[in-house]
Design a protein around this ligand. Structure first.
Ligand code: CTP
Length: 400
């Protein structure tokens, strides 16, 4: 949820500041980039050296740094750098000043400049936390669009026991991840993705397959999962193994297995992306023992496999159906007729004539055609970027 994100942590002057070191570690462990801003008072409770060592970044506190060669610590660019801003601990004093827009230190100025979501983890003694002015300040900060992480109950630095201690760092971390997940655009959307090749058995040892690596379908599954979708990935024999909490992988081998596993999930999903390179034919009779040379050259009879996407097109209710077409000639016409024949909403065309596109490559070059006769052409890109383009186009077509 936070991997690769820029996280700014503001630390105000309260005893709970010592716990912020653990919070920094939680985010660093999760793969986030972390920068810290301290109020001058907070340095009494935790040193910049500790925070800088853990965050692997310079810690900011004053409007300028380096006395001999003064440099402006630009609160505007710090605020804009952040994808998330967390004030932990948020003391009564800092809450009050932020409510009023007072700007007498770098943390306050950065808060006023930030455009990203801001989380506050209040920390103070129980009577301060219950005081009407604190409550009013917290409510006002909420009205401004900020998010408050409620203080927890327990023993306080004063020796009193009650509500007011800063939420434990792991609870702050979990709160933020849960909050971010609840706001993802594809939350509650279920997507079925088929990916990879299929293997059609001849005998226990041999099969007929194709060169699909499954990369494109797996990148699509990851992109959708990162946007909050629940992804059911039905994956043929492929070395790919996308790991994400929102992806459930079902491994299959043959076209028939892929058909069975996909159809089972069809009624339950909102979007289907059929990225698999499904065999169109399978041996009519599979030999139960390995074929031996002395039996002579085998004569293999083929029969058609079931068309998974074709079946889905025929029985479509409200699902948005996306197919792929890999063509070598008359690409656009062939893709258009496939779109119609399979009753799709959108088709992604890759041409084997484009260098770097199609099976085995890490790149792809696609054209998207929609049932409303729109056509979008894209440059050669990494399959990760192509997945982004495909999902963006699907979402804009669904919204259209
Ligand atoms: N597809 C499928 N089940 C099959 C075959 C294909 O779901 N048994 C899906 C693929 O995943 C792809 C789309 O259908 O999204 C197009 O596949 P393709 O094999 O090119 O389509 P065909 O109708 O078989 O056309 P062609 O004559 O080109 O083989």
């Amino acid at each position: 949820m936070v991997s690769g994100k820029n996280i700014l942590i503001g630390i105000a002057g309260g005893i709970a500041a010592y716990k912020t070191a653990h919070l920094v570690r939680e985010f660093i462990k999760a793969g986030a980039n972390v920068k810290c801003i301290q109020t001058p008072a907070s340095k009494e409770f935790i040193t910049p050296l500790t925070l800088s060592t853990l965050s692997k970044n310079e810690v900011f506190s004053e409007f300028t740094s380096d006395e001999e060669n003064p440099r402006w610590n630009d609160h505007v660019s710090l605020g804009l750098w952040a994808d998330l801003f967390i004030i932990a601990p948020a003391t009564a004093n800092t809450l009050g000043k932020m409510c009023q827009g007072i700007c007498d230190n770098l943390l306050m100025a950065t808060y006023l400049s930030a455009k990203c979501p801001v989380y506050f983890a209040p920390a103070m003694d129980l009577d301060m936390y219950q005081h009407p002015s604190t409550k009013e300040n917290l409510n006002k900060l909420k009205e401004f669009g900020n998010i408050i992480i409620p203080a927890e109950s327990g023993e306080l630095a004063s020796g009193l026991v009650g509500e007011g201690r800063m939420a434990e760092p792991e609870n702050i971390y979990k709160f933020i991840c849960k909050d971010l997940a609840s706001k993802l655009p594809l939350k509650n959307i279920k997507v079925l993705v088929t990916a990879g090749p299929t293997y059609e058995s001849i005998d226990p040892v041999r099969f007929i397959g194709n060169r699909s690596s499954g990369k494109m379908g797996c990148e699509l599954a990851l992109n959708l999962a990162n946007r909050g979708a629940e992804v059911m990935l039905v994956l043929g024999p492929s070395a790919q193994n996308p790991t994400h909490n929102n992806i459930i992988i079902t491994r299959v081998e043959s076209a028939e297995d892929m058909y069975q596993e996909s159809v089972k999930r069809y009624d339950d999903c909102d979007i289907v992306i059929a990225a698999a390179a499904v065999a169109d034919y399978t041996p009519a009779n599979k030999f139960s023992e390995k074929l031996k040379k002395e039996q002579g050259t085998p004569q293999i009879e083929f029969q058609e496999t079931k068309d998974i996407l074709g079946f889905m097109g025929k029985t479509k209710k409200s699902q948005f159906l996306v197919g792929f077409a890999l063509e070598t000639n008359d690409e656009i016409d062939n893709a258009k007729s496939k779109l119609k024949r399979k009753n799709l909403d959108l088709i992604v065309l890759n041409s084997l004539n484009d260098k770097g596109a199609g099976f085995q490559y890490d790149t792809n070059k696609i054209t998207i055609l929609t049932k409303h006769n729109k056509m979008f052409s894209f440059e050669l890109k990494s399959k990760q970027e192509v997945a982004q383009d495909i999902v963006n186009t699907i979402l804009s077509e669904i919204d259209a």
